[in-house]
Write a protein that binds this ligand. Structure first.
Ligand code: MIG
Length: 638
């Protein structure tokens, strides 16, 4: 049961699509207060055994308890434990213990969730804005509440089947030749591959919807050439539009008044990759339509997939920020012996990116009225992605286009998937990837994944192998790395056999994974679930965070520690343990309920078939379009 409570007159986020009447009763469960900053707060006592699920893309564990989180879409590439915000804001929580309640705070502005951080036995939700909608959901258990929530937010975006193939990305494929070489290597080593990404380097001076003639000549023919190799090219689109006379997107946007404004009505300026840019006002439906139609050029070149980046929106600097730093330096007292001044200097000059002050100085125009960006910050990436999806619907209604975004809000799940942004080549980020999947699924994001191998920092062979062995189960399976880091394509570490084996298994399982995924989208279910959702009577499952149920039949138990030769797994009931090597089943044994140590070498992948489970296995193929129609065998456990 859903109860809706309205505060003030919030900007409609369109996260909830089901008609839910306003509740006239007093607020159940939560105590409402006003804090010292004058903000409304909502408190709930937490019992010892309560687990708090939710928040989608957020740091830390499946159980969110013990930390404080702030929904404020942030371009921050260091996803360390103490961080409170990542790129997306997914304000949905389920408290699960003796009874279960769900909470959804629907607000485009920032919201703080203190989940047993200040006080371990207390949850405090603090919306920063006065205007928002609060939903309280009651149900039989956590999963029942999640299902109700998923119904209310509408069906998740369904990606094309080829987008379940293995995909390779790197920021620094500068030319068509670089891309050809990647494809050549994958094909030569017979490592399956379905897509190569075009990062910002394909554009001319980082201008959206342009392609560098010099580095990617005869683009349409090149797209075709790659398709003949069974490879899709997936270009990036950034939020900021370069300010440059004669550049059509800029000229048109400026003339039509389609960019975000400063308070004085002039177009807001921020520096990003192309230099000084304007941000399209995606909250305005007319602007969405306009921007969305710019994707047409690339669609006409044969492109069938896009990733939307920098749409928090990320800002490297603003004119105002630079001016403040310059003024500060002008007055800098060199004779001063106060070492605090040195640290202040660092933050004044080094802290120019993504300043809250700059976000507060940006304005949208909604129904002719000016609306401060702070009130709707978390909706920006969502509406950029919506712009693209709505245009695809109009331009290529019969085609499924791959689309995912870095920044997001609940509601965007109807238009595209997401990737979890700039992680690092750290073992802890492999574990973070594992733990984030069910939280994302709860909030409607099913087509998602992390940069496998890690984006920043230097990857190693063992980390990539272990990460891929989990990545073969995530819908978006993409190896991506940053400019300047060590190459981490699957052929970059010498031998390729282990990589081929692991990725081949993805293709053998792909028809099963894709159909479970589509079913979960259509029925509003989770593809990845914590064990406790399916085994609520088993107390032990409530604390298992490194094993996940996947679809109806599988349990995945990835190895995520350096130098580990296997791991301990917990089986809530008897299951069939299957171990794969070189894409082939090399071990199959029935293990009883309880804890077990399983040995898993670097080139092996473990999985478990649940009682009554059945997973068809296909012949491996080097691309999705070459998979056979019929499986060769079936993994079962009756
Ligand atoms: O400021 O386009 O998250 O995937 O490779 C960095 C370059 C901009 C951030 C994205 C990342 C991408 C990178 N982009």
């Amino acid at each position: 049961m859903f109860r809706k409570f309205l505060y003030g007159t919030p900007f409609p986020t369109e996260a909830i699509v089901e008609e839910i009447p306003l509740c006239q009763e007093t607020l159940p469960y939560l105590t409402e207060n006003i804090n010292e900053k004058g903000q409304r707060t909502f408190c709930l006592p937490l019992a010892e055994e309560d687990i708090v699920y939710g928040l989608g893309e957020a740091p830390r564990g499946i159980n969110k308890r013990g930390h404080i989180y702030e929904s404020f879409n942030s371009d921050d590439p260091y996803h360390t434990e103490e961080k409170r915000s990542l790129y997306g804001s997914h304000n949905f929580l389920v408290v699960s213990g003796k009874s279960s309640y769900g909470f959804f705070v629907d607000s485009g502005a920032s919201v703080t969730f203190d989940i047993g951080y200040t006080q371990y036995d207390r949850l405090t939700i603090t919306p920063s804005a006065e205007d928002f909608v609060l939903y309280i959901i009651e149900g039989d258990n956590a999963y029942d509440i999640i299902r109700q929530f998923r119904r209310a937010i509408g069906q998740s975006y369904i990606a094309p089947k080829w987008a379940f193939g293995f995909q390779q990305c790197r920021w620094s494929y500068f030319t068509a030749e670089d891309v050809r070489e990647v494809v050549r290597q994958y094909r030569e080593h017979h490592i399956p591959l379905d897509a190569v990404y075009l990062d910002i380097d394909y554009m001319e001076a980082y201008k959206d919807f342009t392609v560098s003639e010099e580095r990617f000549p005869h683009f349409k023919a090149f797209v075709e050439e790659m398709k003949e190799q069974h490879v899709h090219l997936v270009p990036i689109i950034d939020a900021g539009v370069k300010i440059e006379d004669g550049y059509a997107v800029y000229e048109e946007g400026k003339t039509k008044g389609y960019f975000c404004k400063r308070k004085d009505g002039s177009d807001f300026v921020a520096g990003v990759w192309p230099g000084r840019t304007h941000f399209p006002d995606f909250l305005n439906p007319e602007v969405r339509r306009w921007f969305g139609h710019w994707y047409k050029g690339l669609l006409d070149s044969g492109i069938e997939g896009f990733w939307n980046d920098m749409n928090e929106p990320a800002m490297f600097y603003t004119d105002e920020g630079i001016q403040e730093a310059v003024d500060y330096l002008k007055d800098f007292d060199f004779a001063c012996n106060d070492s605090n001044k040195f640290f202040e200097l660092g933050s004044r000059v080094g802290g120019l990116a993504n300043r809250r002050k700059d976000y507060a100085a940006m304005y949208h125009t909604v129904n002719g009225e000016s609306l401060c960006h702070e009130q709707v910050h978390n909706l920006y990436g969502y509406n950029m992605t919506r712009a693209a999806a709505e245009a695809f619907h109009e331009l290529v209604p019969d085609k499924k286009i791959l689309l995912f975004s870095r920044s997001s809000y609940i509601g965007m799940h109807r238009y595209g998937g997401l990737w979890t942004g700039d992680n690092q080549s750290w073992w802890s980020h492999l574990l973070l990837n594992i733990k984030m999947m069910p939280s994302l699924n709860m909030c409607g994001f099913l087509y998602c994944g992390a940069d496998l191998g890690g984006f920043g920092a230097n990857c190693t062979r063992d980390l990539l192998l272990r990460w891929l062995a989990f990545g073969i189960f995530t819908p978006l399976m993409r190896n991506h790395s940053a400019f300047g880091t060590r190459q981490q394509e699957c052929y970059a570490f010498g031998d390729t056999e282990a990589f081929r084996g692991i990725i081949s298994l993805r293709y053998r399982l792909l028809p099963y994974l894709y159909s479970e995924y589509v079913r979960a989208c259509e029925n509003g279910e989770m593809l990845f679930r914590p064990l406790a959702f399916d085994y609520p009577e088993d107390i032990v499952t409530r604390h298992v965070e490194d094993q996940l149920l996947l679809g109806d039949s599988l349990m995945v138990t990835p190895v995520y520690e350096q130098n580990a030769v296997g791991r301990v797994v917990y089986l809530p009931e008897e299951m069939r343990f299957c171990l794969f090597k070189g894409g082939k089943l090399v071990k199959s044994e029935i293990l009883p309920q309880g804890h077990h140590f399983i040995s898993v070498a670097l080139d092996e992948v473990p999985l478990f078939i649940r009682k009554g489970g059945s997973v068809p296995l296909y012949e491996a193929a080097e691309s999705v379009d070459r998979l056979a129609d019929e499986p060769v065998t079936c993994l079962t456990f009756q």
